[in-house]
Design a protein around this ligand. Structure first.
Ligand code: PGA
Ligand code: ZN
Length: 435
């Protein structure tokens, strides 16, 4: 199969928030085509790749004409003629051409769409599903999902401070079973909100809009929803939180608007520890701010037996930051977002760095998503062990869960669900107390 890149093209398409984004399409000499769309975050880390937006008044400044032009112009010129199966070479070329650490010139959105589209084209040229192309001869696991039930933070008008309240079902036997349990809990949570006169629609990632009077009421309601859905909180269904604490950290203080409190680092970590002991919590992402390494190390040391501690904004899918955090004892799991890194190769390097440190890894979507299914295949093909896509509603989310189901079916008897094995070794499996 001839795999030389013959065409590189981009177009403006639209994401799940109705914002413009970049779709790239790559053609190879033998006729294989690959296509991918850049997602977009709303609570972004300081150090992640930045999207190139046009500014001005058109589309609220969010236009991507410049990013699209970069793909059709400079990037196409540099990539046509290269081998489409040389992902590392393509990604190095993008990074070199851009020349900035955060891909500000070409745009993280332009680069990630092109990088993923090249990967798809190469897999198509090999005649393989992307996950299989990435896995080679290995037998990768189906990842353990974490699925949002309530939105919050930047995804729900800052209605509550916690950004994501999710569930995990590590004792399930399959992805199919996890999704069935999630359907029960999602419906039960909606009914609890409706009965309390608090149903107010859904947030950016499809979770219920969090009409709560305190952050703890959100945790209590989620625990009750697990029960009301017919499952046992702390035994078969657990809570996973993304605190996204950088969003409410300023000048050394954590400002929890809903609880009308302002906490210093010590009090913030005390609060996280209290929640982790009171509620059946198995995973906590960004419990403290992206530059509060000491506090991150304190939470990790205190909670490692109870809950995995994930760095998202804290690590921004960067291998060097993963190693530095590990050295400081901060985090024991890394969230992997390809568009934070800007290229497939850099994201994969961060995932490998986390595995070298003995950490867990979670491939993740962004709050602004599309029908693009690339991350489902990366989560499996890279054997990430865990997968985070948002909630259990809205088709830009459901498309990912449904693709996971198709692949599980296709694997047949070879399907191996990661379950409890997806967590860092320090985590003690089994029961958690409930309030
Ligand atoms: P974002 O949030 O995509 O809006 O940055 C998702 C997350 O924090 O995990
Ligand atoms: Zn996050």
């Amino acid at each position: 199969m001839k795999t030389r890149i013959t065409s590189v093209k981009a177009r403006q398409v639209w994401d799940s928030r109705g914002h413009p984004t970049v779709e790239a399409q790559i053609g190879l000499e033998g006729g294989a085509v690959g296509r991918a769309i850049a997602p977009a975050g709303a609570s972004r880390g300081h150090f992640e790749a930045v999207d190139l937006r046009d500014g001005g008044s058109r589309f609220g400044g969010l236009g991507v004409d410049k990013a699209v032009a970069n793909v059709n112009g400079a990037i196409a010129k540099a990539l046509v003629g290269r081998d489409g199966t040389d992902q590392a070479g393509v990604d190095a070329c993008l990074a070199e051409m851009d020349g900035t650490a955060q891909l500000e010139r070409l745009g993280g959105n332009a680069c990630v769409a092109v990088s993923l589209a090249v990967l798809h084209a190469a897999a198509n040229a090999a005649g393989l599903p992307l996950w299989r192309y990435l896995a080679g001869d290995t037998a990768p696991r189906l990842p353990l999902p974490e699925i949002q039930i309530f939105g919050g933070g930047a995804h729900a008008g800052r209605r509550i401070d916690i950004q994501d309240l999710m569930i995990m079902v590590p004792g399930a036997q399959s992805v199919r079973q996890v999704l069935e349990v999630t359907g029960d809990v999602y419906r039960a949570a909606g009914k609890l909100m409706r009965d309390a006169g608090k149903l107010a629609g859904t947030a950016d990632e499809g979770g219920w809009w969090p009409n709560f009077d305190s952050n703890e009421e959100a945790l209590e309601t989620l625990t009750r929803a697990i029960e009301a859905g017919g499952h046992r909180p702390g035994e078969d269904v657990f809570i996973s939180l993304d605190i996204a604490a950088s969003e409410f950290y300023r000048d050394g203080r954590y400002r929890l608007a809903l609880d009308s409190t302002e906490l210093d680092s010590q009090s913030m970590t005390d609060l996280i520890e209290t929640w982790a002991r009171r509620f059946p919590i198995l995973s906590i992402e960004d419990p403290v701010a992206q530059d509060d390494t000491k506090s991150m190390a304190r939470v990790t040391a205190a909670l490692a037996p109870l809950a995995q501690i994930i760095g998202d904004d804290f690590l921004v899918t960067d291998g060097a930051r993963v190693h530095a955090a590990a050295k400081a004892g901060a985090c024991n799991a890394a969230l992997i977002k390809v568009n934070q890194a800007g290229t497939v190769s850099k994201a994969h390097a961060a995932l490998k760095a986390a595995k070298e440190e003995g950490w867990a890894t979670i491939v993740s979507a962004r709050s602004g998503e599309t029908e693009d299914l690339s991350i489902v295949h990366l989560a499996i093909g890279w054997d990430a062990g865990q997968f985070k896509v948002g909630s259990f509603a809205r088709s830009e989310r459901m498309a990912k869960w449904n693709e996971l189901l198709r692949i599980e079916e296709e694997m047949g008897n070879d399907a191996h669900f990661a379950g409890w094995g997806a967590f860092p070794p320090a985590l003690k499996r089994g029961k958690r107390g409930t309030p």
